[in-house]
Design a protein around this ligand. Structure first.
Ligand code: ADP
Ligand code: MG
Length: 305
């Protein structure tokens, strides 16, 4: 198999979902890495998924991963596959209770030197990790576009120094609005973008849920509001941000333009919103994709920074 042009590096998790009325969906495919890989796939590229898979990964899930992705970057561990209860409340709040004792290796594995040597020179990769991991992945793929999605817990911690260290190794940095507000102690999204650029971020991508996203490249003097692509019903927002990042990366590498990349992100995320867990690859992907991308472009708004 040829080496994948795009990689998603992050976690793979099996969710057992409990709805507020007591219904359940068991064995649903989730995880930040998986969602980001689908974002790449919705944008029309076959991604390599890089993550740890444990013992007892359900057969149907493995088959699905193998059908949709290049799985040479999945590293096996003897620990039971990371799996958790996801308990939803009526207001959308989601509480997670892990069902396995060992979590950490799944969150932070594999290390850059554990993935196949055949993975050379991707055009780009999404990285869902803490700041201390960014430099090593940058060193593993020096020429690839690196989109860093800082894991939530670091954004909410007081360790800002670590964040600033992380951004120096990334090309694109994408927190969500709540995380960035907590981290900078600033409410206003444009002010946050200015701060990110001033701190040395080359491409800043702020994900703002139903408000869409705000993206900017250093030196342009402007930023772009990208609307959320509307869907018939938002079934579950989980993973929308990861999927957005996968789409953004492909758009950025293909078009070299941050506004267009943001539209790719919004189009990709919209598929995830319609599903519990990872969205299936749509049968008529190309047509569906073009329509969603057009919708995002139509709502694009440029502002001075
Ligand atoms: N509730 C929602 N309604 C409509 N679009 C949404 C919603 N949540 C997310 N999105 C879309 O998905 C994108 C990424 O999701 P976001 O919520 O910003 O990241 P995260 O999942 O990390 O919180 C948004 O920019 C938007 O396009
Ligand atoms: Mg959200």
């Amino acid at each position: 198999m040829p080496t994948p042009e795009f990689l998603a590096i992050g976690s793979i998790i099996i969710d057992d979902i409990v709805y507020p009325d007591g219904r359940t969906s068991m064995g649903v495919l989730g995880g930040g890495g998986t969602h980001a890989a689908y974002g790449i796939a919705f944008a029309g590229e076959k991604p390599g998924l890089v993550g740890l898979v444990g013992a007892g990964l359900p057969r149907d899930i493995r088959a699905r991963l193998e059908a949709d992705f290049d799985t040479a970057g999945l590293v096996r561990t003897h620990h039971p596959q990371m799996r958790g209860w996801q308990i939803f409340e009526w207001n959308g709040v989601r509480n997670e209770i892990f069902r396995v004792e060992v979590i950490e290796p799944f969150m932070y594995g594999p290390a850059p030197d554990e993935i196949p040597a055949s993975f050379t020179n991707p055009r780009g990769f999404t990285l869902l990790r803490g700041p201390q991991h960014v430099a090593a992945w940058r060193a593993r793929f020096p020429d690839a576009a690196l989109l860093w999605e800082p894991v939530r817990i670091f954004m909410l911690s007081a360790d800002h120094e670590a964040f600033f260290e992380g951004i120096t190794h990334a090309d694109i940095v994408s927190p969500n609005l709540h995380e960035a507000q907590a981290m900078y102690g600033i409410e206003d999204e444009r002010e946050i973008i200015r701060r990110m650029l001033a701190d040395g971020v080359e491409v800043a991508v702020l994900r703002m849920g139903e408000l869409g996203s705000l993206v900017a490249r250093s030196g342009d003097g402007r930023a772009y509001y990208i609307p959320a692509v509307e869907v018939a019903e938002v079934v579950d927002q989980t993973g929308a941000g990861n999927t957005y990042c996968g789409g953004f990366l492909v758009g950025y590498c293909r078009e070299g333009d941050v506004a267009e990349a943001g539209c790719y992100g919004a189009a990709a995320a919209s598929f995830t919103l319609e599903h519990v867990g990872c969205a299936r690859m749509p049968a008529n992907l190309e047509r569906d994709w073009d329509r969603r991308l057009e919708e995002a472009r139509a709502g694009l708004r440029s502002v001075l920074l």
